[in-house]
Design a protein. Structure first.
Length: 335
């Protein structure tokens, strides 16, 4: 029996938001789902036809038309759980006009895998510091799970992290379905930073492929990436964690190897000689790692962790350094 109310608002109109709506609606626990997106035409289309025209358009949307809105404050007001699913780079913009009082008493669930630019904070920290949301009311959804495979109902595992493990367990219960299994964790920092870093490593993986390295090199890159990830999270939030768990290693592997990965696709284009702008235009989807690597570069000035893969990606994307040169330099540092 759930102790908390079952009114959930999903904020964001992209692929992962659409997949989250599907998982929540397919789960058998009775609940009311509300959906906010910025795109009025898409909202109207979904109300009329029950499908998102722009992302995962095959997914049937099974929530009432009147629960789909372009007014975020109204959507938030209706719910007890607010699931944030706007790319981190645009979160501040999306939350403009929302006051700490609007979120008082609400549970905030971040399904975002990114860092808030300028603030250089993971989502839990940002929501806690800016909107005064108690950490006990914050949850993070992560895990090796692509929206496209949720749409196909392929068996997937999610990690629900919160310092409030009881709350995480309750929320996990609202996501479980025939094709979704959930794991609960109390490591919000490791889960968030792990997800942010794996996006950068997937870009590195794509760049390597783009410049012509093969599977042999990529496996070395990824085994170095998990060690780099472990070093960083151990300094930022030192607790006893097993980096081989799905939320860390699993998430890295799926993003670095999958045909569906936005970050890998973006990296591949960069490796093949596209500029950042042209790769972004061509993709029409968001590669969070592009924004994250800049934030990580700033954050790591404080921690000084040895992060050669992140630094190579940063130099390529933000200093216009040549992908071939940076990968040759990186290759000398890997083991
Ligand atoms: N896709 C996946 O499999 C997974 C994604 N995630 C995370 O979910 C989050 C959302 O990603 P995802 O759903 O994949 O994104 P998509 O690339 O599918 O969609 C992009 C989303 O970003 C919005 N957007 C683009 N530009 C802007 C802008 N300038 N201002 C505000 N909103 C903008 C789009 O809105 P519009 O349509 O109106 O342009 C759309 O909702 C990311 O943090 C990602 O890392 C996490 C796990 C899995
Ligand atoms: O986080 C994700 C899957 O776990 C989505 O990012 P990618 O599309 O780059 O894999």
């Amino acid at each position: 029996m759930l102790k908390h109310s079952k009114k959930i608002a999903v904020a964001g109109g992209g692929s992962w938001a659409t997949a989250n709506i599907k998982m929540l609606a397919d789960n058998i626990i009775e609940k009311e789902i509300f959906w906010w997106m910025r795109n009025g035409d898409a909202a109207e289309y979904i109300r009329n036809y029950g499908h998102n025209p722009n992302y995962l358009s095959s997914v049937e949307i099974k929530i009432p038309a009147q629960n789909i809105s372009t007014d975020l404050k109204t959507t938030i007001k209706a719910a007890d759980f607010v699931l944030l699913n706007v790319p981190a780079a645009f979160l501040k913009e999306a939350l403009q006009g929302v006051e700490p009082a609007d979120l008082e008493g609400k549970y905030i669930v971040s399904a975002i895998k990114g860092i808030v630019p300028d603030e250089n904070k993971i989502i839990a920290e940002f929501m806690h510091d800016t909107f005064r949301v108690p950490l006990q009311n914050i949850l993070v959804i992560s895990g090796p799970c692509h929206a496209e495979e949720v749409a196909l109902e392929k068996l997937s595992y999610l990690t629900i992290a919160s310092q409030n493990v009881e709350l995480a367990t309750e929320f996990a219960g609202m996501l479980n379905t025939r094709y979704i299994k959930t794991v609960v964790s109390d490591d919000i920092y490791g889960t968030e930073y792990g997800a942010v870093l794996k996006n950068v490593y997937a870009i590195a993986s794509g760049i390597c492929h783009g410049v012509g390295y093969g599977d042999n090199f990529q496996s070395v890159l990824i085994s170095n990436a998990i060690r780099e990830l472990e070093r960083f999270v151990a300094v930022v939030h030192p607790i006893d964690r097993d980096i081989k768990e799905s939320a860390y290693l699993g998430d890295l592997l799926v993003t670095a190897y999958s045909q569906f990965s936005r970050n890998r696709t973006f990296g591949n284009m960069i490796g093949k000689g596209y500029t950042v702008k042209s790769a972004q235009l061509e993709m029409n989807m968001i590669a969070e790692g592009y924004y994250a690597v800049n934030c990580l570069h700033q954050v790591n000035k404080q921690y000084q962790v040895e992060m050669p893969i992140c630094e190579a990606v940063y130099a390529i994307l933000y200093k216009k350094s040549s992908p071939v040169f940076e990968m040759q330099k990186l290759a000398e540092k890997l083991s």
